[in-house]
Design a protein around this ligand. Structure first.
Ligand code: ATP
Ligand code: MG
Ligand code: MG
Ligand code: MG
Length: 472
């Protein structure tokens, strides 16, 4: 089928609407009442209020396409076919209403019916919790061949305490030509770390309650919670090698190509950079659009790290100076049919990114020179660990997030002395505290000092750390 990503997203929502679900719009990426979560990272994260009974939904059947950020996948971006830091999770939810008897055939119908997505059922593999024979039976009844229904102990969703239960995952067999592993590799199975069997949909049967004493008891109301990755489904339907050659990313990749004069799909190393930039452009555009700003901690640090990582990859492609901000209107127009928020705020978002890029671009060359010098030195001495003092200097003076230095080091087979880095950081904080103590003991409570204590403007990566310490 020839479907755009927007059509596929709509088709999912239409399908579940036809099964009596109400469509809930995507929540912002910044969780508004969940201090345990940095970013919304799944559809169900926004449904907590319904599942824990705080809010009663107008309809117990809900469907959504939810923007998500997962920073734990950052190092997979560009390296696997299927991971981004920003992605959309489509889902259907039952708040104490229907259960697996409906959820299973509906998932099968949506993916295989010619009226809907129309995938060949012979390409689907299902993983199930070994003891969950109900689920295995229901998949067979829906139309999946017995040898495509697999058992795996990992298929149990449990976060320690609270609702939990077996789950079932749907994999799409892309064929051995998509694989990064040989056919007889032990990881070459649905659920293994390979590129052949693509996990597209996770269905959780939340039926038990994990008590503090370790016991599992049945829940009075059983819930369904599912997550289907939009970009993965789009890549299957559009027949692309990875999530990135789809209409969700190609306009971004093409624009980067025109900036650097390189072509996508000609050099494997370059392609990783193209993909990282395209992904990070989306995540920072949406994150800033949803109210987060670059800073030195928490969410802001994630944004800073993503922007600087994108800039470094631009540099690898031969782009100098700010460029990421130019992608904001493209992100906006690709996504605006369902998420108008980036287009609506594109000037503010672009300006914020551009400022951040400028700060980093100014010190990037000097920082890279230092880093490459350190690496060359280590090579000469046959050593493999970048010392904490240099890692800290890169962070403090040149604006290299620690993770960026570590990644750069790992790419050339080195590591970083993380404890040494932390120690240098602590020492600098102590110096700042001492400096404050001195100023106070001298009784210098004048205007200028008050200004230092309440920074109104961000004056640079290195100064900011000291300022926030002074503020305490
Ligand atoms: P994987 O094993 O491939 O990392 P996961 O098991 O961590 O995926 P889930 O937590 O089950 O993913 O999320 C539900 C669905 O969301 C996945 O089946 C997948 O389609 C999609 N998804 C999860 N993480 C990402 C990501 N980083 N980028 C794109 N899609 C994702
Ligand atoms: Mg994962
Ligand atoms: Mg998985
Ligand atoms: Mg999963």
């Amino acid at each position: 089928k020839n479907l755009s990503s927007a059509e596929i997203r709509k088709m999912f929502l239409d399908f579940f609407q036809s099964k009596g679900h109400m469509i809930e719009p995507s929540a912002p990426l910044v969780p508004h009442d969940d201090p345990t979560l940095l970013w919304i990272n799944s559809g169900v994260a926004t449904m907590k209020k319904y599942f824990d009974g705080t809010v009663v939904p107008n309809n117990p059947r809900i469907t959504s396409a939810q923007k998500c950020i997962r920073t734990n996948d950052i190092e997979n971006v560009g390296k696997t076919a299927r991971h981004q830091t920003f992605f959309e999770m489509m889902g259907n939810f039952s708040v104490g209403d229907y259960f697996k008897k409906d959820a299973i055939p509906w998932a099968f119908e949506f993916l295989t019916s010619p009226e809907w997505i129309g995938l060949d059922k012979d390409n689907l593999y299902i993983t199930t919790y070994p003891k969950d024979t109900d689920t295995q039976k229901m998949w067979a009844e829906a139309g999946v061949a017995a040898d495509h229904i697999l058992k795996n102990e990992d298929n149990f969703w449990d976060i320690g305490e609270g609702p939990c239960g077996p789950d079932s995952e749907i994999f799409y067999d892309r064929g051995q030509s998509f694989n990064n592993l040989s056919e007889d590799d032990p990881e070459n199975y649905p659920g293994g770390e390979n590129e052949r069997y693509l996990e597209v949909w996770n269905i959780v049967f939340s039926e038990l309650n994990h008590l503090p004493n370790g016991q599992y008891v049945e829940q009075p109301h059983k819930n369904i919670d599912t997550g289907l990755g939009l970009e993965r489904l789009v890549s299957i339907i559009q027949g692309t090698k990875t999530n990135f050659e789809t209409d969700l990313f190609m306009p971004l990749i093409e624009d980067v190509g025109s900036l650097c004069g390189k072509k996508y799909d000609e050099n494997a190393e370059d392609d990783i950079s193209f993909k990282i930039i395209a992904d990070h452009a989306r995540s920072v555009s949406f994150a800033i659009g949803d109210g987060a700003l670059p800073s030195n901690e928490g969410r802001g640090y994630v944004i800073r790290r993503l922007i600087r990582r994108a800039v470094l990859n631009g540099k690898k492609l031969g782009v100098n100076g700010p460029f990421l901000y130019r992608l904001v209107p493209i992100v906006g127009s690709i996504m605006e049919s369902y998420y108008p928020e980036v287009s609506q705020q594109q000037d503010f978002i672009a300006k914020t990114i551009q400022q951040e890029e400028k700060r980093f671009s100014e010190t990037l060359d000097a920082g890279l020179a230092l880093l490459n010098g350190v690496i060359a030195d280590l090579r000469k001495k046959n050593e493999t660990v970048i010392d904490g003092a240099n890692a800290f200097k890169l962070y403090d003076t040149y604006g290299f997030p620690m993770e960026l230095t570590r990644e750069y080091a790992e790419d050339v087979g080195l590591s970083v002395d993380e404890a040494g880095f932390k120690q240098n950081m602590e020492e600098q904080k102590q110096r700042a505290r001492d400096a404050r103590g001195n100023l106070q003991s001298m009784g210098m409570q004048d205007e200028t000092l008050m200004e230092i204590k309440t920074p109104s403007e961000f004056v640079g990566y290195d100064h900011n750390e000291t300022q926030s310490t002074l503020k305490n």
